[in-house]
Unconditional design. Structure first.
Length: 136
């Protein structure tokens, strides 16, 4: 499988923290600031690569996002990033996934937490709530 080839910058950690902090008060908005675009922004902060450029602004609902991706969000993420053997092997800056209702929500691991997009900005979950992890 051809995963995204991503290389973290030397200063990826402070860049990631700055990004998460900047997102704290940015409300959820499909196609502009949703869970997939939140983690894509984290990836861009760490690597300089805008992996969401082809998708940003091209949908405005869950249904439109799923149609644009052509598959479930989990299948899409699995096609882009290498899945860790177990979520407990996630490293800082990796992407975490948690089952929410009928689909998955995504966040970024920072220390002992999984930062996720919420209606009002960014929420913090214990990293143990992640059910899957993907390498960045």
């Amino acid at each position: 499988m051809a995963y995204l080839k991503l290389t973290r910058r030397d200063d990826w950690h402070p860049r990631l923290l700055d990004y998460v902090h900047a997102q704290e008060r940015t409300p959820f908005n499909w196609g502009q600031s949703d869970c997939l675009l939140f983690v894509a922004g984290a990836i861009e902060a760490m690597t300089g690569e805008d992996v969401a450029a082809p998708y940003r602004g091209k949908y405005s609902s869950f249904e439109e996002a799923r149609a644009l991706l052509g598959k479930s969000t989990l299948s899409f993420v699995r096609s882009q990033l290498r899945e860790r053997e177990h979520q407990t092997r996630a490293m800082g800056g990796d992407i975490g996934a948690k089952k929410e209702g009928g689909d998955w929500t995504y966040g970024v691991f920072v220390g002992p937490y999984l930062y996720v997009k919420t209606a009002d900005g960014v929420g913090i979950l214990p990293r143990s709530e992640a059910q899957k992890a993907f390498e960045v």
